[in-house]
Design a protein around this ligand. Structure first.
Ligand SMILES: O=P(O)(O)OC[C@H]1O[C@H](OP(=O)(O)OP(=O)(O)O)[C@H](O)[C@@H]1O
Ligand SMILES: O=c1[nH]c(=O)c2nc[nH]c2[nH]1
Ligand SMILES: [Mg+2]
Length: 165
């Protein structure tokens, strides 16, 4: 169930691009990555931005579903990491895993087990999952729901003073 006291943190495309670039800047100081693994679906957009900034051409996905709308369900791995990328990791190549955020850390825990030596990066982090992430940009409180630009539309908002116009 959605908590009625939950705060909301809406993120525009512009802000998300800036924050993903900021993540790329931070990662750029950590050496060269040989491949990026995006955690689909939320990690696809930041992974594309980071791959562009860091010139990473090998881009892989792992599909993990943890939530139905705002309700957490059991973790389902819908598409595993390809053998080609697992083999790269085995030969000592540097792999970067990217997701949009870490919340409880359940998704991060499952994907980290698949690639134990990889660097795990997210744009946003909540306190419960923060320690599972090697690099992130912005922390929000645990009772905040982040609304990503692909889940939003432009809509009317009532004035602060109340009323309808
Ligand atoms: O730290 P956790 O509590 O696991 O939550 C974080 C995960 O939840 C969201 O994915 P979701 O399962 O909603 O799927 P999606 O990426 O397809 O939206 C988000 O993109 C992260 O992957
Ligand atoms: O869009 C989202 N916003 C969040 O804050 C969140 N936490 C887990 N999964 C999430 N998805
Ligand atoms: Mg996700």
């Amino acid at each position: 169930m959605t908590d009625p006291n939950q705060k909301s943190f809406p993120v525009t495309w512009d802000q998300f691009h800036r924050d993903s670039r900021a993540l790329a800047w931070r990662l750029a100081g950590m050496g060269t990555f040989d491949a990026v693994v995006a955690i689909a679906r939320g990690g696809l957009v930041p992974a594309a931005i980071v791959a562009r900034e860091l010139n990473i051409r090998t881009v892989e996905t792992v599909a993990v579903k943890s939530y139905d709308h705002q309700n957490q369900s059991g973790i389902q791995v819908l598409k595993p990491i390809s053998q080609q990328v697992l083999d790269l990791a085995k030969t000592g190549k540097k792999i970067l895993i990217v997701d949009d955020l870490v919340d409880t850390g359940s998704t991060a825990r499952v994907v980290r087990e698949m690639l134990p030596g990889a660097h795990f990066a997210t744009v946003y982090a909540k306190p419960k999952g923060r320690d599972l992430v090697d690099t992130f940009i912005t922390e929000v409180s645990q009772d905040t729901w982040i609304f990503f630009p692909w889940d939003l539309d432009v809509a009317y908002v009532a004035p602060i003073s109340g009323g309808t116009d």
